[in-house]
Ligand binder design. Structure first.
Ligand code: XIL
Length: 470
């Protein structure tokens, strides 16, 4: 069983099909034909996983009792976002009193179904609780940073990517920040939030998320300049989310815009995709294609499941109609995802020429270092692993072998493929993280079931070299 990056799994990129033909040629003669078929995955999640990407949906806790909705969710998507349940007003309705009931309904459903989770959103000028709307200055700043710390700590290890700050840039030509009470606490509020989030959940990718940033324009350029500045100054940012609430088409420079952010050294994610208008199916295909064409585009989330679930009432911008039927836009997305050259199974880790007599020469401090964090609950656990190349040259293509303690079984993972699911496990790179520069690191992780033993793996080797533990 192969576990691909971010759930749904078991998608073999290529399958060998044995077709037995009971020939009419002669009684009892059976001819076995070996045939290799190209992958054509049947669901969005499995199709995206062929290239190590996720395909997610925003979901609402209040709809988890709707069987049509839940059937589509369970079948099609391998990542979920809480549409409203992780926002500030939902999670901290009174100052210092946190309520995660509805968020946990989503988290528990996702974990139970082997789906990964995008966190949305720690700080946003909208959907702030009433008490926070009444604050300003250092009182608001302290409350905001405390909120980031508390919520990111609470969900630590369960979120693959967090929208740390949402919609902080202004529309229009200036490319500057939006005026808000948060902005008036000082221009450094965004970096303070990212630093607090990193300290609280070091395993999550930290994203800045916004809308009307889907092409190269003044607003997206303002964000681009902020990300470049953050990278230059070591402010912890890992990804930029492009909401992509579109009408009829994506801007012609949509892919180029994603790529210019990726070139800054951050991942990009399509975070709230919905598209209205008569050109919908083509536009969905174009957005999907753009993500596939950008190596650092990790995945796509659509903002709802059926048209009747959409916040854009009456615009029918989603992939399923109100009855739960697949629309033409669904088919165009699925076909586009399936058109990629699948990440073969196993992942194309270049097989090193066997040189058994040559001992690998570790760089200063050894070839690799692994930091491992584990967050366990009664029957499950989430593990985050940071692999650091401590050698003096880049690693191109990697596999990390570790022994999973007995009773632990991997159910899903991100940023690597995991095979087999128990015992001696090999995690292999996916398309976008195969190269680790000297001194660089990659973050991977998985969710597993356990039967009581929640200890950490006993040893890690990277491409055959034993790694030190951080
Ligand atoms: C929307 C939800 O879909 C609605 O249910 C809610 O009433 C308002 O917020 N950008 C975002 C999302 O980042 O959080 C918004 O979600 C849509 C726009």
């Amino acid at each position: 069983m192969l576990f691909t990056a971010i759930p749904d799994i078991a998608s073999k990129a290529r399958r060998t099909i044995t077709i037995a033909i009971a020939a009419a040629l002669g009684a009892g003669v059976v001819v076995a034909v070996q045939q290799t078929a190209s992958a054509a995955e049947a669901t969005l999640g499995a199709a995206a996983a062929q290239s190590g990407r996720y395909f997610g949906a925003a979901i609402a806790a209040g709809r988890l009792g709707d069987s049509t909705y839940v059937n589509i969710l369970n079948r099609e998507f391998n990542s979920v976002t809480a549409e409203n349940e992780m926002k500030w007003d939902a999670t901290e309705p009174q100052r210092g009193n946190f309520n995660y009931n509805n968020a946990n309904r989503i988290v528990n459903h996702a974990i139970g179904q082997g789906k990964s989770i995008r966190g949305h959103a720690l700080l946003w000028h909208q959907q702030m609780p009433g008490w926070a709307q009444g604050l300003s200055g250092s009182d608001l700043r302290n409350a905001a940073i405390n909120h980031v710390t508390q919520v990111a700590t609470y969900f630590r290890g369960k979120i693959h990517s967090w929208d740390v700050v949402n919609e902080a840039f202004a529309d229009g030509g200036g490319g500057g920040r939006r005026d808000s009470s948060l902005q008036r606490t000082g221009n450094d509020w965004i970096e303070a939030a990212f630093r607090a989030a990193r300290a609280a959940d070091p395993g999550a990718k930290l994203c800045y998320n916004d809308y009307n940033t889907d092409g190269i324009n003044a607003k997206s350029t303002g964000i681009y300049n902020m990300v470049r500045d953050f990278k230059a100054r070591g402010v912890p940012i890992d990804c930029v989310g492009f909401q992509s609430h579109l009408t009829n088409s994506a801007p012609s420079d949509y892919q180029a815009n994603l790529q210019r952010f990726a070139d800054l050294g951050v991942d990009v994610q399509i975070t709230e995709l919905d598209i209205s208008g008569s050109n919908q199916a083509n536009a969905y295909a174009a957005v999907t294609r753009a993500c596939l064409n950008v190596a650092r585009c990790n995945g796509i989330t659509v903002w709802g499941i059926r048209d009747s679930d959409s916040w854009r009432t009456g615009q029918n911008p989603l992939l399923f109609d109100a009855s739960g039927n697949k629309k033409a836009a669904y088919t165009s997305v699925l076909n586009t995802l399936n058109s990629v050259t699948p990440n073969p199974s196993p992942t194309p880790t270049p097989t090193p020429t066997p040189t058994p007599t040559v001992t690998p020469t570790p760089g200063p401090g050894g070839p690799c270092r692994v930091a491992y964090t584990l967050n366990a609950w009664n029957t499950g656990l989430t593990s985050s692993i940071t692999i650091t190349n401590t050698g003096s040259s880049a690693i191109n293509g990697w596999s990390l072998v570790f022994g999973l303690p007995s009773g632990q079984t991997i159910t899903s993972g991100w940023n690597a493929t995991y095979s087999p699911s128990s015992g001696q496990v090999t995690a292999r790179n996916v398309s976008y993280n195969g190269s680790i520069p000297a001194g660089g690191s990659v973050d991977i992780g998985f969710q597993a079931n356990h039967t009581g033993n929640t200890s950490a793996p006993s040893s890690f080797t990277l491409n055959g070299n034993t790694c030190s533990r951080a």
